[in-house]
Every structure is written in C-alpha cells, then in structure tokens.
Design a binder for this molecule. Sequence first.
Ligand code: SF4
Ligand code: SF4
Ligand code: SF4
Length: 258
Amino acid sequence: MKSSAAEDALLVDRIDAILPQTQCGKCGYSGCRPYAVAIANKEADINKCPPGGEEGIRELANLLGIEFKPFGADVVLKPPSVAFIDENLCIGCTLCIQACPVDAISGASKLMHTIIASLCTGCELCVAPCPVDCISMLPLPQAAQSGQSARDKKHAAAKTARERYQLRLERIERDKHEKAERLAQKERAAAKSVAAPEADAQALIQAALERAKAQAAATKPQNTEQLTPAQQAQIAEIEARRAKAHERARPDVTPPKE
Ligand code: SF4
Ligand code: SF4
Ligand code: SF4
C-alpha cells in the first residue's frame, strides 16, 4: 500500500534526526535534510554520511529495517574536529562567516574573526574560502567522543546545529526580502521624483496656453460682421501692426554665429 504524505514526512524527520546536521555536503547532497529525503525515497544508500560514522549507518539501518552497509573504499573517515582561526593572520574578509552554516564564527568586516568552538560542528566549510589559509581543523579530545551518553550528546548537538541552520536560512531569506523591499522603495521614490517635475512642467505649459488663449480672445475684434469693409480693412491693418510689434518684442533666440 502507498504511504501517505504525512507518513513520508515523518520518515524523513526520523532519518534527519539521525544525521549529524553539519550540512557539510559530503554525502553528495546540499545538506542533511535533502539526503534524508533521498534515503526515504530510496534514491540514496545509507552509507554516504562520513560525519555520522558507522554508528550512524547502523542507526539508519535499524530505523529502516534494512541491512548495514559499510562505507565505500573511497570514503575518508576523520575524527570529529573543531575549526581554529589563527587570529594573527586573519584579515577580516568575512568569507568564513558567509560559509558557516550554523553561525559558529564571530567577527566583522576588517576585524579579526574567532570560532565559537561550542557551536562548531567541524563541517570544514569555512576552510576552503579563507584567502590567507588561516583556518585549520583541530581534532576534538578523545574524552568528548566516548562514554555512555555519547550518542545522546551527539543527537543533542545535532539538534542544536539543525536549529541554528534553520535560523540562519530564515535570516538569509528575511535579509533578501528586506533588501528587495528597500530596492523597490528606492525605485518608487526615484520614479516619483522624475514624474513630479514632468507633471509640474505639463501644468505650466497648460496654464500658459490657457492664458494665451484668453488673451487672444480678449484682443480679438468683436462684432466684425457689423463693420463696413473700410473699418474691417482698418482693423486688419491694426492687427498686422500689432503682430509686427509683437514679433519685434520677442527675445532673439537665434544661436550666436561662431
Ligand atoms: S552531515 Fe552527513 S548527511 Fe549531513 S550533509 Fe554532511 S554528509 Fe550529508
Ligand atoms: S566554524 Fe567552520 S567548521 Fe565550524 S561549523 Fe562553521 S564552517 Fe563548519
Ligand atoms: S576567511 Fe580567513 S581571513 Fe577571512 S575572516 Fe575568515 S579567518 Fe579571517
């Protein structure tokens, strides 16, 4: 029988809960959740997550009721580690901050950066972008990996990393919206400032035309149909003189000769 969407989502949640949440991409997916989706859809094997170790594969096999499958020969397993910045070399470029999926780096532009070790998942994503090669990965002390409660601790750390990753994604999305809104506001303001002078100019031209029309109407000879031809000829002469005088009074707009 086909499983429902809710059952599928629950299975993805349960697989995701086992994964270490470093978002390192070493499984070939863009993060832990996409890998969990691929496993749930039977599109990916359960042995693709090096940070989860063999214990992680076992947990996945138990959850899914399938056989344990060891890592391939090409997979390099590393001990859990934490990033470290040589603060004397850091130039404050912020590239590591932008790469860290769980906001485990503190710093600001042109200032020294520091790793918040308790939040670092050891994903190594900050190492490659550093232009001065001042980030190194230090293995965690062995004691932190052993003991009865090691698995609980691992899951608790993964839960924190998942939450911090989610918060980061939400913040990035929010920043994107705010930036788009600021840009739209700027464009609206610019369009308004262009439209306003245009509207003002239109109004001025219209008013001038109205005035000219009114003036022409006021000076136009009235009742000309009642006049004799001699009077009409006289008016025509006056009109011609007035037009000439008007012409002379106009400012000279001819461009000066070079
Ligand atoms: S922690 Fe594992 S599942 Fe998550 S991105 Fe890295 S390799 Fe993939
Ligand atoms: S500080 Fe570096 S290694 Fe640690 S979580 Fe951030 S990106 Fe990964
Ligand atoms: S990427 Fe390297 S140089 Fe740039 S801020 Fe981070 S640690 Fe400093």
